[in-house]
Design a binder for this molecule. Structure first.
Ligand code: ADP
Ligand code: MG
Length: 422
């Protein structure tokens, strides 16, 4: 996959109409609809400000949540949930859509920018097209939720063409959505010169750089809950990394594959052979694969469960492994010390419970203090690093949950592949 893509600085946007795909998929309060975290809107500001300074007319767009775009599919979905189809009204469906309007985002964005954000009532309908046609250089408008159009998730070329026809240039800055081939994330690029904004540029430079041409040694730290959700990541990083460190819930399937007893720990029996295969692959490739040598266990999975230290790899029958232990922390942080690059995905333990957060905290601290290029990918890992107060000490925290995982898997990302090569 080519990560070397043209950015908004490589083309002339002055006075042009620019369709800008953002990731405004913000969390909202269920009852009031209020935006509970505006991080994603704030993250989009540098690209937006640059475009406005260049006197582009910015037509921003994004999806928000998972609206059901047609009444028919809404009825089907509700019926699947056990509702009587006859009782479902069109009004109820429209209400469900209204809850996912981007209007609150337009309001917040306008406060942050200190200028009006013109809100369109539709995506490619009469209101959006009229407002886009009238939009002046230095002005910004926001289209309604792209998923209100049923063609969005199907990457319908007709929808993509309509969106593209409002603008002269396409800028993508929605890294969180680049793993999806949708009309607004990839389809439009067939009809317009397409470049990245600053957010995607940073992801490509740092994550792409670490994967394509890492400063060595490259240490990958992999944890989280399941082997099965990380198979692609493990497999791809085994081709690239010098050392792979395994922690979190997934380490027990590896431990079991090596013959250890794991008690009631998270275990994915279907993946034992895969773990063996990966250990074999590591051997063949000369990749150092580190597994925990001690841990903390508990008799139950609960926030107030007591932490029992376990020396060695075997977890007692009535217990489950919840975190890595002090010896493992030392082993892992030592491996980080000499690294040129560290890629971290997945917490080392159940960090949400304070008694089992130490492993994750120690790794976060080691990365924060290291001179290596430090990259954190994955939704929970990013949340853990932020919660522990180390966010600003990392070289890069990838902003896309699913997208950063697919990036680490080495998969082609449709929303990146569609951009112009440098
Ligand atoms: P990411 O979102 O960063 O890719 P994952 O979703 O794979 O990470 O995993 C995060 C989850 O893994 C956390 O909720 C954490 O509690 C859980 N986890 C970590 N260690 C264990 C363990 N030993 N047993 C069960 N769950 C674990
Ligand atoms: Mg997760």
């Amino acid at each position: 996959m080519n990560y070397n893509k043209k950015t908004v600085k490589d083309i002339d946007v002055a006075g042009k109409k620019v369709l800008l795909r953002c990731d405004f998929n913000v969390p909202q309060d269920k009852a009031t609809g209020a935006i509970t975290d505006d991080k994603r809107i704030v993250a989009a500001l540098p690209t937006i400000r640059y475009l406005l300074e260049q006197k582009a007319a910015v037509i921003a767009c994004s999806h928000l949540g998972k609206p059901v775009a047609t009444f028919d599919s809404y009825v089907k979905k509700q019926a699947e949930k056990g509702k009587d189809p006859a009782s479902i009204t069109e009004e109820e469906w429209k209400k469900s859509l209204a809850k996912l309007s981007l209007a609150p985002v337009a309001k917040r964005l306008s406060e942050l920018l200190g200028q009006e954000v013109i809100m369109a009532a539709d995506v490619v309908g009469p209101d959006a097209t009229a407002k886009a046609a009238a939009l002046q250089p230095g002005q910004i408008m926001l289209l309604e939720n792209t998923r209100f159009e049923k063609g969005e998730t199907k990457n319908d070329p007709e929808l993509a063409k309509k969106m593209a026809s409002m603008a002269e240039v396409y800028v993508s800055d929605a890294f969180g959505a680049v793993h999806r081939a949708h009309a607004s994330t990839a389809g439009v690029a067939a009809y317009l010169p397409a470049v990245s904004g600053f957010l995607i540029q940073k992801e490509l430079e740092i994550m792409g750089g670490a994967l394509a041409n890492p400063k060595r040694p490259l240490v990958a730290i992999l944890g989280g809950s399941k082997v099965s959700s990380k198979i692609g990541v493990i497999n791809n990083l085994l081709d690239i990394a010098d050392t792979i460190i395994i922690g979190g819930g997934m380490c027990y399937t590896f431990a079991k594959a090596m013959g250890a007893s794991v008690g009631k720990s998270l275990l994915e029996s279907d993946w034992l052979d895969y773990c063996k295969e990966m250990m074999q692959k590591a051997k063949e490739k000369g990749v150092k694969l580190l597994l925990p040598v001690d841990g903390l266990a508990a008799t139950e999975f609960s926030a107030d469960a007591a932490a029992h230290p376990v020396d060695g790899v075997d977890i007692p029958d009535d217990m489950m492994g919840m975190d890595i232990g002090p010896k493992t922390i030392e082993l892992y942080t030592d491996a980080v010390k000499n690294a040129g690059t560290v890629i971290w995905n997945g917490p080392m333990g159940v960090f949400e419970f304070p008694a089992f957060a130490e492993g994750t905290r120690a790794i976060a601290k080691a990365l924060a203090e290291s001179d290596a290029i430090t990259i954190v990918g994955g939704g929970d890992s990013a949340a853990a690093v932020a919660q522990l107060g180390y966010a600003d000490k990392m070289t890069h925290i990838s902003t896309g949950g699913g997208a950063s995982l697919e990036f680490l898997e080495g998969k082609e990302l449709p929303g990146v592949a569609c951009l112009l090569d440098k």
